[in-house]
Design a protein around this ligand. Structure first.
Ligand SMILES: [Zn+2]
Length: 339
């Protein structure tokens, strides 16, 4: 038997005098652990509203139960009738237990563990592991996320990245805001209209940041983001996200490939090799490079379009402004000649 088992339980519940563990039992039928918490007779509490002196006024009428962290893999529950006090200024007040968050049926330890699990897996899986329902987990998740977001310090935000993504695999779009230096998501707004940029800009100011301090904003080429960025971040350089630039070029490459495929006699070879043209050269195996080179010779238009996409990758790989400028100029004039 663990000699200081009650201390261990009390520690997990953040209990200190006058709170104490009155007892604990294992229910073999339900396969659950039940822990009973109480406060010392005659213990005094300050008024939870005004902090002034109070007199004890018994307990709440019905016992409350909270789900606690598992004990040896058995689900554990904490039972307590919390004390009440009477304040001369505020009337009768309920004292909160040290292990609870207001309006939650879970202890703080359980919620902390649930948040750790939720960081690594979908809600349904987490609910299965934690043996609780998904709805409760959603409530825990939104409470702590909102709590963290409301305390967020956005002072020092200088480089911002904005992008849209769809929610729940549908056409329900959200806009994600990322601190590009700290590589952290700092806000998510419903929709992808111009107004989401001003909504974020207001939040930024409320959380210690400054619109004027933002020196660069990365986004796609959307007609809603770009004017929103120009209006709200007067000192920011508008940067087009390289993945969106690359996407335009790869879409064009695909069009060239389809066109050449149509007019070619050996349609099948090009069609079969179509995915090869989507792989950056640096990530290809020797075999893939050889196959691509032979396809490029056979289908020169697609081959040339592929080389242009590859040149864009080289441009983005440049280390100095000078180097990048030269790479861009030659890429640009090459593309113009190819029209
Ligand atoms: Zn009071």
């Amino acid at each position: 038997m663990i000699a200081n088992f009650p201390d261990m339980i009390a520690g997990s519940l953040n209990l200190s005098e006058p709170w104490y563990v009155e007892g604990a039992e294992f229910s073999p039928e339900k396969k659950e652990v039940h822990i009973y918490v109480n406060v010392r007779e005659g213990a005094e509490f300050a008024c939870p509203s005004c902090g002034g002196a109070t007199v004890r006024n018994g307990y709440e009428p019905t016992e409350r139960v909270w789900r606690h962290g598992d004990c040896l893999f058995y689900p554990s529950f904490v039972h307590c009738k919390r004390p009440r006090v009477r304040c001369p200024h505020c009337g009768t007040k309920q004292i909160s237990a040290p292990f609870e968050r207001k309006n939650s049926r879970f202890t703080l330890l359980f919620e902390g563990y649930a948040m750790l699990i939720l960081a690594d897996m979908p809600r349904a899986k987490a609910a299965e592991i934690l043996r609780c329902n998904e709805k409760s987990l959603s409530a825990i998740l939104s409470y702590w996320v909102n709590e963290a977001v409301s305390r967020q310090d956005l002072k020092g935000l200088v480089r911002l990245a904005v992008d849209e993504t769809s929610r729940l695999r549908g056409h329900d779009y959200v806009t994600v805001f990322v601190d590009a230096d700290r590589r952290r998501v700092i806000d998510v707004e419903q929709g992808r209209e111009k107004s989401v940029i001003s909504t974020f800009a207001e939040k930024l100011e409320k959380h210690g940041g400054s619109k004027e301090a933002v020196c660069a904003v990365t986004s796609d080429m959307s007609k809603s983001y770009l004017p929103g960025i120009a209006e709200n971040f007067p000192n920011a350089l508008s940067v087009i996200d390289k993945f969106h630039v690359k996407q335009i070029l790869t879409n064009a490459l695909d069009m060239v490939r389809k066109e050449e495929q149509k007019s070619s006699e050996a349609k099948q070879a090009l069609f079969q090799g179509r995915r090869l043209f989507m792989i950056p050269r640096g990530r290809m195996s020797e075999q893939q490079v050889a196959k691509l080179d032979s396809l490029s010779k056979r289908y020169p238009k697609t081959g040339k379009a592929y080389s242009i996409v590859a040149a864009l990758d080289d441009f983005y790989a440049c280390y100095t402004v000078e180097e990048a400028r030269n790479a861009f100029d030659s890429l640009y004039s090459w593309m113009r000649r190819c029209r």
